[in-house]
Design a protein around this ligand. Structure first.
Ligand code: AHR
Length: 328
């Protein structure tokens, strides 16, 4: 029932956006629609589940403004059906370009074909899709999630190189079926395979939210008397886990080590404060590059099929140094 309500809400949101839209008049292919006029982009966002996502949304909205692109923004509230409805509405409105960050990896073929058949180019941002269809999107802009998981795992391997096992690890996964959850899990598993003493004793989704991370960590702590390491697939879940660990009378960062991904301001603050041990960055500031790519695809210029955004890693000292200049 809740899913149905949010789906209806999503359609309504797009409807309102459509009514308010002031994009160019419908035309033939994407090139002719924009000749001399403003580019209109339809963007379907995952939701507002994390600090990362909020920073990503702001980056896209600000960059659209700066680039003079008319942005029709739709928030899917974490529901794939809402994204599909939003994309269909963008096709009906004949926007010049559609961009979206897919909630999950599968289930996009039909709507991507609809956009392709309407001659509207699509750009994937942040997350990838699995599709058998050809040429249904122009490019995919985002981080290398497998590498992020690997860096997190390699830190654990290094940390426990001299420790006789077993080292008990619990994993807080992102949204089930999402690209970052799948790829970070696989990168992390590959990296920790280097030391057979490192064991993932429990792994469950916290849906990339702080409350999800807290709830799952509380259950992990009740069920497992010895937890050495938490691998949280984003900062928000790590921050939730910190609350659960403290409520259990333990010291996060000391009694239980925590490795996370994102490097948002709140995550970096917890790292500098010693409550977290290591963070792999995932840069959410994709807006300017997305707008550049959009202008190119609308102009019919060729773009690389994959644009990988660079990331780095932070330990506690590096976080303290980086914090004052952190942009998100
Ligand atoms: O897709 C990127 C991931 O989605 C971020 O790591 C997470 O915080 C967000 O919700």
């Amino acid at each position: 029932m809740k899913r149905l309500f949010t789906a209806v809400l999503g359609i309504a949101t797009v409807g309102v956006l459509a009514a308010c839209g002031s994009g160019p008049a419908p035309g033939g292919d994407s090139g002719s629609r924009t000749a001399g006029g403003t580019i209109t982009m339809g963007f379907s966002q995952v939701g507002a589940e994390s600090g990362w996502r909020t920073a990503n949304t702001t980056s896209i909205q600000d960059a659209a403004k700066a680039a003079g692109i008319n942005l029709k923004f739709s928030d899917a509230n974490g529901v794939q059906e809402n994204q599909i409805s939003a994309i269909r509405s963008f096709v009906q409105q004949r926007v010049d370009v559609i961009a979206f960050s897919p909630v999950v990896r599968t289930g996009w073929d039909a709507v991507l074909l609809e956009a392709k058949n309407a001659g509207i180019p699509v750009i994937l941002t942040d997350r990838a899709v699995d599709t058998q269809e050809k040429d249904v999107y122009k490019t995919f802009l985002g981080a290398d999630f497998v590498q992020e998981g690997k860096w997190a795992g390699e830190w654990v391997v290094k940390q426990y190189a001299a420790t006789p096992g077993p080292v008990n690890i619990v994993q807080l996964e992102g949204t089930t079926g999402s690209d970052p959850a799948l790829e970070r899990s696989s990168g992390f598993a590959d990296a920790i395979a280097a030391n057979p003493g490192l064991k993932v004793i429990a792994s469950q989704t916290g849906d990339f939210t702080r409350s999800g991370g807290k709830q799952v960590m509380e259950a992990f702590l009740k069920a497992n008397p010895k937890i050495d390491v938490v691998f949280a697939q984003n900062d928000d879940m790590a921050l939730g886990a910190i609350e659960a660990i403290q409520a259990a009378g333990l010291k996060p960062g000391q009694d239980i080590k925590i490795v996370a991904i994102d490097a948002t301001h709140d995550g970096m603050q917890a790292l500098a404060d010693g409550k977290l041990n290591f963070i792999v960055e995932c840069n959410p500031l994709l807006g300017p590059e997305l707008m550049d790519l959009a202008k190119k695809v609308v102009a019919g210029e060729s773009v690389p099929p994959r644009v990988v955004t660079p990331d780095q890693t932070f330990d506690q000292q590096q976080a303290a140094v980086a914090l004052p200049d952190r942009k998100y």
